[in-house]
Design a protein around this ligand. Structure first.
Ligand SMILES: NC(=O)c1ccc[n+]([C@@H]2O[C@H](COP(=O)([O-])OP(=O)(O)OC[C@H]3O[C@@H](n4cnc5c(N)ncnc54)[C@H](OP(=O)(O)O)[C@@H]3O)[C@@H](O)[C@H]2O)c1
Length: 341
C-alpha cells in the first residue's frame, strides 16, 4: 500500500551569516496524487551540497532562491512508486531533483536518468558519478586543460569535486597538490586518493608549505574555496595559468566584504602580466559532455582508477545539522542523507 503522509524540510528563515537549525522547519504533509505526465517518487538518498547555501539567500544568482516556506532544493536518488509518464515505471531507481523530502510528485520530464540497480552504488550518481564529479570533469577538461608534468592545485580536496579534480589531473600525467582541513583529510587525500602532495590549510605556515610543494609554480588552480587558500596560490601562478572558478565556499556565509585594502587593481594586474585565464562556470554550461562523463567516469570507477569517499547521515531530520557542518568543513567526503526506511 502507498504511504499516505510524508516528511519535508522547508526554509523557515533566511540566514544572516552561517545558517542555524532555526532557519529550517520539519513538516509532515499529505502525499499528492500524480496527474498525467507526473510520477510519485519515494526518495532514498538526498545530496547535501554547498550551492544550497546560495539558494537560502534572496536576490539574483544563477538560479532562483528557495522561497520562505518552500521545500529546500536538492538532488535525490528516488524510487518511482506510481507513474503516469510513459518513460518511467514503478520500481525504477532514478536520479531526480526532488528536494529535502521523503516523497515528491514531479513531472516525469524532469527526471535525469535511470540507474542500474546492478551497477555502481546508486548514491554515487549524487557524487563522484553525478553533479560534483561532472563539475570536476567538465571544469578541468574545458578550462583547466592540465598537461603532462604541469602542477594542478585544488582545495576541498577530500570532497567530491576536489577529490575528483586531483585524480583526473593525475590521469592526465599532471602533478596534483591537494589542500584540505585537518590531518585525517590530508592523509586521505595523499594516501587513499594518490595526490602527490596534500597540505592542511589550517597550518600557520600554510603559504610557505604550498610554495615548497610547487617548486615549478602552479599551472592550474581549480578554485573551490577562495579565502586564505587563494591568497597563498596567487603569487605562485605561472604565466598562462588557468583558473576554473568553480566555488568560493570560504565566503558563502559572509555578510560583508572582508576588511582591508582594495586588492582588485593588484589582481587585475596579475591577470594581465601573467596572461591568466580566469573563468567562472556552472557545471551545466558543459552539459553536452554529460553522456561522455557518465561513460568515462563509470569506467574509471569500475577500474578503480578514481576513488571516492562518502559521509552518510541517517534520516532526513538530520539534514540541517549536517548541511550547517559541511560549510564549516565537518563533512569528510561526499555528504549524503540516507532516507531508506
Ligand atoms: N560551479 C559549479 O557548477 C559547482 C558545482 C558543484 C560544486 N561547486 C563548488 O565546488 C566546491 C566544492 O564542492 P563539494 O560539493 O566538493 O564540497 P565539499 O568539499 O564536500 O564540502 C565543502 C568543503 O569546503 C571546505 N571549506 C569550507 N570552508 C573552507 C575554508 N574557509 N577554506 C578552505 N576550505 C574550506 C571544507 O573542506 P576542508 O575541511 O577540507 O577545508 C568543506 O568540507 C564548492 O565551492 C561548491 O560550491 C560548484
Amino acid at each position: 500500500m502507498r504511504d499516505a503522509t510524508a516528511t519535508r524540510i522547508v526554509l523557515a528563515a533566511r540566514p544572516t551569516g552561517a545558517p542555524t537549525p532555526d532557519d529550517f522547519r520539519v513538516e509532515t504533509f499529505q502525499i499528492p496524487t500524480p496527474r498525467n505526465g507526473q510520477v510519485l517518487l519515494r526518495n532514498r538518498w538526498l545530496s547535501l551540497d554547498p550551492y544550497m547555501r546560495g539558494r537560502m539567500n534572496a536576490g539574483r544568482s544563477y538560479a532562483a532562491p528557495v522561497e520562505i516556506g518552500e521545500v529546500m532544493d536538492g538532488g535525490t536518488i528516488s524510487e518511482v512508486v506510481e507513474s503516469l509518464h510513459p518513460a518511467w515505471s514503478p520500481g525504477d531507481l532514478v536520479l531526480a531533483h526532488a528536494g529535502w523530502q521523503t516523497h515528491a510528485v514531479v513531472d516525469g520530464e524532469t527526471l535525469r536518468r535511470k540507474l542500474d540497480p546492478a551497477g555502481l552504488p546508486a548514491q554515487t550518481a549524487l557524487g563522484v558519478h553525478g553533479m560534483p564529479g561532472f563539475t570536476a570533469y567538465a571544469g578541468l577538461h574545458e578550462i583547466g586543460k592540465p598537461q603532462h608534468g604541469e602542477t594542478v592545485v585544488v582545495a576541498a580536496a577530500s570532497g567530491p569535486v576536489g577529490a575528483t579534480v586531483g585524480q583526473i589531473a593525475k590521469l592526465h600525467g599532471a602533478r596534483a597538490v591537494g589542500i584540505a582541513g585537518g590531518p585525517d583529510k590530508v592523509a586521505h587525500v595523499r594516501d587513499a586518493l594518490g595526490f602527490d602532495v596534500a597540505l592542511d590549510h589550517r597550518a600557520d605556515d600554510f603559504a610557505e608549505q604550498l610554495a615548497a610543494a610547487c617548486p615549478d609554480g602552479i599551472d592550474v588552480y581549480f578554485e573551490n574555496v577562495g579565502g586564505k587558500v587563494f591568497d597563498a596560490v596567487l603569487p605562485l601562478l605561472n604565466d598562462f595559468a588557468r583558473i576554473p572558478v568553480c566555488g568560493l565556499v570560504a565566503h558563502y556565509n559572509e555578510t560583508a566584504p572582508p576588511a582591508g585594502p582594495d586588492r582588485v587593481p593588484q589582481l587585475m594586474g596579475l591577470i594581465l602580466s601573467r596572461h591568466l585565464t580566469v573563468r567562472g562556470f556552472i557545471q551545466r554550461d558543459f552539459i553536452a559532455l554529460y553522456p561522455e562523463f557518465v561513460r568515462e567516469m563509470g569506467q574509471w570507477l569500475r577500474d578503480g582508477r578514481v576513488r571516492y569517499r562518502e559521509d552518510v547521515v541517517e534520516g532526513l531530520e538530520n539534514a540541517p545539522g549536517a548541511f550547517i557542518g559541511m560549510l564549516a568543513g565537518k563533512n569528510f567526503g561526499k555528504l549524503l542523507v540516507n532516507m531508506s526506511p
